[in-house]
Design a protein around this ligand. Structure first.
Ligand SMILES: [Zn+2]
Length: 435
């Protein structure tokens, strides 16, 4: 079997789990950095191991264009090609096509797009996506889903949802390496254009509110004994909230992309290293961080070249990924003794509420925790009253959270709104088929 998922501890809806994959035993909740072309920009694979990365995400679309999946296969698979001994995940390639290529068209057959190499029309079918991913050889591969454009609403959402279900069956059939690779299915129900702004960081209170409710609904309805992956979520606060609601896996380009713009992630939020206030600041990026960068360099030094020299983005990316890993799983960071040092351990040790409160207290020292976070924590059964000043909120609204039956009803009624970048991966589809 290519995947074993063991829940090691729970706190209400939150889970700490062990995810046994062919190349690595992972601790969840976990964050996966995105290595578009088999690289995390600016970092070596040994640095990624040092930082504590467990799974790296590779983009099938980019890998298939260059160096091509045939060549990767010939050279022994992506693990060997990039010299990464731990786990890998590849996406289906469909999302890149729809988001990067204006001429992508989706039919029952698959996604038709214009080749960026020679301009000829090309077709990516569910079968072909799986075949390419089988050649690349990642531990986890994704089903091709019918991606809905951000501008579309109405019946197209319904079509996408049903088509995605039909395509999952085709993916399962096409999957040739079920003992070495896990095929994850995708819950696709369309896209709420308001939510898509939330991804870009432009979220107003309302869109964040829709976001966490969708997560809460999905985690309530999805099987307990399979990993739940919220795609494209990468803000530390969102990850803490989603984990409280019962999600296990996340990926985002955010920590490395923001690093290239000179922004560091710290417990208080973000630190803009380009800001002139950094010019004479002799502290490390985060005085409480034990990473190589924080032990070695000052803010003043990094400020000098942060967005001008490749070294700047390398150093900040290193720190940002270290920070993400520390939030999730810090057994390797034992030296930093904290009461509740990370998501994984605090869930197991029963100190999850303390972890959440410590996290929120640092990020919102005035107690101005956003209302959507308070509402989500209410549903998650996490008492955050000690760090949350409700004077910042209007009357606390108790959200209606749906159970499994309601959820199924919603799917039938096509009323569920799911955001493309907040998709929920249910489980390994082959298991579902056989069980
Ligand atoms: Zn650091």
């Amino acid at each position: 079997m290519a995947l074993r998922f063991e829940i090691l501890g729970r706190f209400n809806r939150a889970r700490a789990a062990k995810l046994v994959l062919p190349h690595y035993v992972c601790q969840a909740p976990l964050f996966m950095p995105v290595g578009t072309q088999g690289t995390i920009k600016g970092l070596t694979t040994s640095q990624l191991e040092e930082i504590g990365c467990q799974i790296i995400l590779g983009n099938t679309y980019h890998l298939a264009l260059r160096p091509t999946s045939e060549l990767i296969d010939e050279l022994g698979g992506l693990h060997k090609f990039m010299n990464w001994p731990r786990a890998l995940l590849t996406d289906s390639g469909g999302f890149q096509m729809v988001s990067l290529l204006h001429l992508a068209d989706i039919t029952e057959k698959g996604v038709t797009f214009q080749s960026p190499v020679d301009g000829k029309p090309m077709l990516l079918t569910p079968e072909e996506s799986i075949e390419i991913q089988n050649r690349i050889g990642a531990d986890i591969i994704m089903a091709l889903d019918d991606v809905v454009r951000t501008t579309i609403t109405g019946p197209r959402i319904e079509e996408a949802m049903y088509r995605t279900l039909r395509w999952i069956d085709r993916c399962i059939k096409a999957h040739k390496r079920p003992n070495e690779q896990n095929l994850f299915g995708i819950v696709q129900g369309g896209l709420d254009p308001v939510l898509s702004y939330a991804i870009g960081g432009l979220a107003g209170g309302e869109s964040k509110d829709s976001f966490w409710r969708v997560v809460a609904q999905c985690t309530a309805a999805l099987p307990e004994d399979k990993p739940r992956y919220v795609m494209g979520v990468g803000y530390p606060l969102d990850i803490v909230v989603c984990s409280a609601l019962g999600a296990d896996m996340y990926d985002s380009v955010y920590p490395t992309r923001t690093a290239r713009f000179g922004t560091a992630l710290i417990p208080e939020g973000v630190l803009k290293l380009k800001h002139h206030a950094m010019a004479e600041d002799t502290r490390p990026i985060d005085p409480s961080c034990a990473c190589m960068v924080c032990k070695t360099y000052t803010r003043a030094y990094i400020h000098c070249f942060v967005t001008k020299d490749a070294m700047g983005s390398q150093l900040v990316s290193y720190h940002n990924l270290y920070y993400m890993m520390k939030v999730h799983f810090s057994v390797i960071f034992n030296t930093e003794a904290n009461l509740s040092r990370d998501l994984h351990t605090s869930i197991i040790e029963g100190s999850f509420p303390e972890f959440v409160c410590n996290f929120l207290r640092k990020m919102f020292p005035k107690g101005d925790v956003p209302e959507w976070v308070c509402n989500a924590m209410e549903v998650a059964g996490i008492d955050i009253s000690s760090c949350c000043d409700t004077k910042f909120h209007s009357a606390l609204e108790f959200p209606h959270i749906l159970g499994r039956d309601d959820f199924n009803q919603l799917i039938i009624n096509q009323e569920a709104k799911f955001c493309r970048d907040h998709l929920f991966i249910t489980r390994t589809q082959k298991d579902e088929k056989h069980s």
